[in-house]
Design a protein around this ligand. Structure first.
Ligand code: 13P
Ligand code: SF4
Length: 325
């Protein structure tokens, strides 16, 4: 008997695992038997990235989720990402190793307040970052990710009035790049807002040859000192193509796993947050997924993402528009 109560209390099935089993072998066996695909975001723990069928940024993961012919999608990322996969593949079972893997940025846009906010701007179209709940997507005209945000915004004429939500930092970055004056929702990611400019500059003084590379969810002072700004996939590509030997990475530290794999001779230093002695910049939500939870999730096919069909259909429209562009 499995204790489903632990699912609602803890967000995952709390089942003890025989210590003698080899988790990697068991996961491999199960995914083959069940025709499952394991998708992992770049912020996952290295061991999860290594076992995944596909590792990518949020745009690449939603593209994979819309194209796969697997029967089950195991999403090792956060809730809104798994939800996006379910929106795009309603006929598939989408499971997430820990339902409590949320996102502070997605949570910074509660649906009732957002609906109220929109009432003030009847002439504006609504562009939302993919880091939102399905209910917020259902209120949007088009979605974007950090990889394609500028392209999506530029696909509208300059005079078009736009609301951009929920990330004020990404919104401000796009306003600066495009010269637009989009109305910004006041949301942010707790990981990217926490980087300390002082500590980054101290590191730069210590490693003078290093380049600072940053995610656009970072605050403006960090973006100003950055040599390059991009989505997780763009930052990874940059380290592959650029010839510098050392980089200070102002995004979640999970991405460094792929950077090191692709560039074994280069040095990657995580940018430190303000209040931390460990100097790390982990997303506590992303890091809730573990190999053990992945195994249990695949074995029992729980926790599963379930969506209201009406919301799903409405949320599908802005995501599909983005994918078509
Ligand atoms: P990417 O779109 O770059 O994958 O970023 C997702 C995210 O959650 C950033 O914090
Ligand atoms: Fe959300 Fe920030 Fe974590 Fe990305 S790093 S999943 S935006 S909380």
């Amino acid at each position: 008997m499995i204790d489903v109560n632990s699912l609602s209390e803890k967000g995952f099935l709390d089942i003890s695992i025989d210590k003698n089993i080899n988790l990697t072998d068991e996961i491999n066996k199960l995914r083959k038997e069940k025709k499952a695909i394991i998708l992992a975001h770049y912020y996952q723990k290295g061991e999860i990235q290594d076992i995944a069928d596909f590792v990518g940024d949020s745009l690449q993961l939603s593209q994979q989720a819309s194209q796969t012919d697997a029967k089950i999608i195991v999403f090792t990322g956060v809730h809104f990402m798994a939800e996006t996969a379910k929106i795009l593949s309603p006929g598939k079972k989408v499971i997430l190793p820990d339902l409590k893997a949320g996102c502070s940025l997605a949570e910074s846009a509660p649906v009732a307040q957002f609906r109220e906010f929109l009432r003030n701007y009847p002439e504006h179209i609504v562009i939302t970052y993919i880091n939102t709940s399905a209910a917020i997507k259902a209120l949007s005209d088009i979605c974007c990710t950090s990889s394609n945000a500028v392209k999506i915004v530029n696909s509208f004429p300059g005079e078009q009035k736009i609301i951009f939500a929920p990330d004020k930092n990404l919104g401000n970055y796009i306003n600066c790049l495009t010269g637009r004056n989009m109305v910004l929702w006041n949301g942010a990611c707790h990981v990217h807002e926490e980087f300390s400019l002082e500590k980054i500059l101290e590191l730069k003084a210590q490693y003078q040859e290093a380049k600072i590379i940053a995610h656009p969810e970072c605050k403006k002072p960090v973006r100003i000192v950055a040599d390059y700004i991009g989505s997780t996939a763009a930052l990874l590509n940059y380290t592959k193509q650029d010839n510098c030997s050392t980089y200070i990475i102002a995004t979640e530290s999970g991405i460094i796993h792929q950077m090191k794999k692709a560039n074994p001779d280069k040095i990657f230093i995580p940018a430190p947050p303000k209040d931390s002695t460990c100097g790390c910049s982990d997303c506590n939500y992303m890091k809730l997924n573990t190999l053990e939870k992945l195994y249990i999730c695949l074995k029992y096919e729980l926790p599963e993402i379930i969506l209201d069909e009406d919301i799903r259909k409405k949320a599908e429209v802005p995501i599909k528009r983005m994918l078509e562009l």
